[in-house]
Design a binder for this molecule. Sequence first.
Ligand code: ADP
Ligand code: MG
Length: 566
Amino acid sequence: MIVGIDLGTTNSAVGIWREGKAELIPNSLGDLLTPSAVSLGDDGALLVGMAARERQSTHPKLTATAFKRLMGSSQKVPLGKKLYAPEELSALVLRSLKADAEALLGEPVEAAVITVPAYFNDRQRKATRRAGELAGLKVERLLNEPTAAALAHGIHEREDKEPFLVFDLGGGTFDVSIVEIFEGIVEVRASAGDNRLGGEDFNEAVVALVRSRLPELAEAAHDSLLKEVMRAAAERTRRALSGADEAPFEFVWKDRHFATSIRAAEFEEAAEPLLARLRDPVLRSLRDSGILADSLSEVILVGGSTRMPIVRRAVTRMFGRFPDTSVDPDRAVALGAAVQAGLRARDAALDEVRLTDVCPFTLGIAVAERDRHGRIHDGIFSPIIERNTVIPASRVHSYSTMQDNQSRVELQVYQGEARDVSANVLLGRLSVPVPPRPAGQVSVDVRFSYDASGLLEVDATVPLTGTARQLLILDEEDAPSEAEIEARRQALAALKVHPRDDAANAAVLARAARCYEGFLGERREAISQIIMAFEAVLERQDPREIESVRRDVEERLNAIEGERYL
Ligand code: ADP
Ligand code: MG
């Protein structure tokens, strides 16, 4: 059996082609979406999916999410005492999807079509492929997400040749693509986006609004638990606002219960700066493809965040027409992957044209800055080539000396997105001699040239003296041998993972634990009783009883905090 998989930053989903149409299949909890989250459980076994997502607020250091952002980089993610490569975490998600699909279908799933963002470059694609292999899947092909969304909308069955615009606003990224089909070949004509814009930013806007009403929280501005609790509350409020004009915002922190309510109009006002940021990538994609908005056959909405009415209105205003919402936005990509899997099985696969390569990470150097009081802060990242720049690219920035009479400038080259370089990856160092002068009077021009093979050339010149130094950084192509992959697959297979059958129980217990931390008084007491009763039932190990009590527990938790969300 071959399946289609949307391996998302926030959520993943599996689709199959059955009886002439694509459909999504539910995981062991009965959900069509599986959070792309991995957490190390208290018993040392790994949890994947909802149970892991539920632990994010109670066990942030033991829980990994959004690792798709790191795919193709050498950065590792700590989970407890161990470090995991992003592709290993993705492999754990894929393996869980595979196991759930096999249990449901009653047959082995050997192969998959896996989707990737259109702007993923070679390294990121290879890492995704390896994640599939590590999960024991034959990766039939990688499919661009916007192409998949267009397939779910039947682009391959159309007569007219007008291009589609795919507007994808997910949990943390915003991607706009223009997709066209010509003689059976699907082409992504342009792709633009904002890789720091998604549902999470809208949560932050809600949190900021609430904080402005609760000045007593001002001194706890950096409390990480408070942040997480408010984020979770914002997520609930925001989802509720997708179907109502007003929604409560409630949370507990340090044994105090806070409650307010937010009206849709207030949310819209608070989100205005985010809505404004949706415009630019749309214009850029149209400009880059040379396509006029009027000649688009369709504007299709993809990504859970396009369920927000304020986003739909913004899109309608932008294009002067209603977007196509005939396919559920957070399912379209997996459905499209299933269509491709179906075509594949019938040997009628569509071909795809790859986009131009882009640089996957920001490249820059570490610099020092002086604050208002004259104090020097070092280790600050100064980007030179920004992420998603089309490559080959060459950019130059000029820097000046910080100390009087310094004799050298030490350049440290980093890759990453964090302002603090220690959170980025150090690629190399280059030392450049400079003539002794008062601080700020000698400048050094630093040129970065990056090409499609992953070669970064750093040239530093001192205009005053003509001194030049060069550093070549080769992207150590981390193409492991078949033997290494096999060894890693076995290491991954040997990891203790929570048994599938227990996934639903683990998710409910993790949720109950989170609720316990999040509520007070009577509600907290009620949750405590619920947990104890459920644990007692689990001990008796009667699957029927467990299942019926678990449903009951879920309903009672729903009554306390509202429907659970993915
Ligand atoms: P990704 O592509 O990032 O993996 P999704 O397409 O599943 O993720 O989108 C996840 C985002 O969708 C989350 O930020 C979530 O808050 C948002 N979302 C899902 N349903 C709703 C809803 N009904 N109202 C508002 N936002 C929603
Ligand atoms: Mg997505």
